[in-house]
Design a protein around this ligand. Structure first.
Ligand SMILES: Nc1ncnc2c1ncn2[C@@H]1O[C@H](COP(=O)(O)OP(=O)(O)O)[C@@H](O)[C@H]1O
Ligand SMILES: [Mg+2]
Length: 224
């Protein structure tokens, strides 16, 4: 069975895809057959691949099962709304069935969830429920290294532990934001004071290729 890593986040547009793609590239360069997957993506023109899914697929070294993600949704809105518009309901077991064959045949699988950890996917279904169902070996919560992150990370961790314990993040990955603030650079140490989930690293702001070669990603990979 492949090692399964779920990448979630405290929100959207914070660097999940950038990190997940760099992680897949770095893992592949260590000689592993790794697949990067994005089962749910909205804002995808009909008949095409989503930008996130395509980036992850291109970075992958495991291509044997190049199959379309199950939920490529047209409208660039929250997946539960985009799905509803198309008369679809996102079902967690469909996501699980999409991931399972990769888990069976690859060495490593990285699954990026859509939006934030508690973003809704359907009535009574959030990304946290999907994370719990997938039972990953590691669940990395991506968060921006900026003001507000102490709240956002502790809120996500506490909510997961209270509602869906199997969806509790196992590691935090901070991303240097495009516009740093006075807290940037201090949040890794501060997070260690307010949560027992380890901060595995702080990513520099750089292109995916360079990020894949960075010491930060190498250290995260060493701990997976
Ligand atoms: N570490 C980083 N260095 C440089 N640019 C980044 C980094 N992380 C994210 N970005 C940029 O920020 C934007 C949002 O990142 P993305 O990974 O797509 O976020 P998410 O998947 O959380 O929605 C993209 O334009 C991406 O290229
Ligand atoms: Mg993304």
């Amino acid at each position: 069975m492949a090692r399964l890593v779920v990448v979630s986040g405290t929100g959207t547009e914070i660097g999940k895809t950038h990190f997940a793609t760099a992680l897949v590239l770095a893992w592949g360069r260590r000689g592993y057959a790794v697949a990067g997957l994005k089962p749910v993506e909205s804002g995808v023109p009909a008949g095409s691949w989503g930008a996130d899914g395509a980036a992850l697929e291109q970075a992958s070294t495991f291509h044997v099962k190049r199959c379309r993600p199950p939920y490529l949704l047209e409208r660039a809105v929250s997946p539960h709304l985009a799905a509803r518009d198309e008369g679809l309901e996102i079902r967690p077991e469909v996501i699980q069935a999409y991931v399972a064959p990769f888990q069976g045949d690859a060495d490593a699988v990285v699954v990026e969830l859509a939006g934030g950890l508690f973003s809704p996917l359907a009535r009574n279904l959030t990304n946290a429920d999907v994370a719990a169902l997938l039972q990953p070996d590691a669940h990395l919560l991506v968060a921006p290294d900026r003001l507000g992150v102490l709240h956002d990370v502790t809120a996500a961790v506490r909510a997961a532990r209270a509602t869906t314990p199997r969806a509790a993040p196992t590691g935090i990955v901070l991303v240097t934001p495009a516009a740093p603030d006075l807290s940037t650079g201090t949040n890794a140490a501060e997070l260690a004071e307010v949560t027992d989930v380890p901060v595995l690293g702080t990513l520099p702001r750089t292109a995916v290729e360079e990020l894949a070669r960075s010491a930060a990603v190498a250290r995260i990979l060493d701990r997976l």
